[in-house]
Design a protein around this ligand. Sequence first.
Ligand code: MG
Length: 478
Amino acid sequence: MMNAEEVRFKSPEDMQVVVLMGGLGTRLKEFTRECPKPLVDVEGRPFFDYSLKLLMHHGFRKFLFLIGYRAEMIEEYYGDGSRLGISITYCYDGKELLGTGGAVKRAYDHLEDDFLLMYGDSFMDIDYEETLYRYFEGRLRGMRALMTVLKNGNRFDKSNVIMDGTEIKLYNKKDISPGMDYIDYGVCVYEKSLFSDDYINGLLGREGEADNDPDNKTGTLTSDSDQSGNADHQNVKFDIAVLQNRLSIDKQIAAHIVTKRFYEIGSPTALNEFRNYVKHRFNEKHPAVFLDRDGVLNEIVFNDDIEQMDSPQKLSQFKAFPEAADAIKAFRDKGYYIFIVTNQPGAAKGKSQLKTLYDINTMFIEQLSEQGAEVDGVYMCPHYPKMCEHTKEKFLIKKCDCRKPKPGLLFKPKDIYNIDYDNSYMIGDSFTDIVAGNAAGVKTVFIGELKCDACKRLCDVEPDHIVHNVSEAAKIVL
Ligand SMILES: [Mg+2]
């Protein structure tokens, strides 16, 4: 197990993103006869441009593209990335298809010590900062990889992950068993050493034995090197699902539970669905409702340690207001984007851990989703400007642009959504929400009584509306 000094948390700028782009796109024949899947046209731009936009928005700058089918077209289009202010290197699949695991292993010499792996034919809109945090936090607990998972209930494909709270209990794509209600989402983070000759030989050797055992159906695979007697293990054919299964059994794969559906272009129907999504999200302008969280969507709780009302710092303290889901649904039905914008300095102050603050948001969004209330994004400021007595996660101490009353959180989705700020709203129960909303140029709704001391601090920034709760806010806005 690593200790805190040995594990260096990386930010997106320092993290390598490896993209699997070698697929043949056989189910998409009419579109991929001339061009590889990542370059299939969607509303006038290649499909992967939309993913790259997301990744760059989250701060990623270093890319390794694993290319095969029509590789030269991808390399010609994206070049070395300098046109976009990023760096792109390439690794070519060989003549033979090696499977997802084999393609990554083949690129071993190009991999950095830790890297994020994703697919070039999927659009995955998740909080990548959270993904990286959870990976490195997992490393401190002996994990060597991370898998993003989505509560699926067989919506998109067969569920293949059993969760135990926020940890992965079992992943198995080949052998679906009861209790699997999550699905692997397609973004993973790995330690490079998992693709070393030693590790992969051990893995495949074990799988070879497993094939003789009828009770163990973890997967079948063939290794070219085994068949040919070739000692060059650069080219081993295997599906990365085999590695993921093994890591889940060995308790070495952390989880990031994500809450938004993914889009992919594996079939003409899926491609069409993504086209419609792109039209709505990038081509048309829509207003947004920015919602503060505590005191607006959920109860504020009494914190015994500081003897004050406070944000929930533990999962068990979180209690959503019963009217929250209906209010969100009402806004959505009228075409508003829903963004939760929340200051959560609890971890920076040492009252909680960032992991727990993320867990609280995830649980809440899953609850809302089960009630049919979808949220487009949760933007949390976990920072605090000064070190406190109990601060442990020191990287959270900084003077940021996102802590309200600054408007940074409201501008976060600006370049990945087409937001009509003039007709958008900020709804909050604190003067900082109103000041932030005002600075972002949106209309503001204050929840509470304008009698309190805090409210006097609103000074010349007056809210457009004052209401008692979020249901009333929805009625006034709509
Ligand atoms: Mg509040």
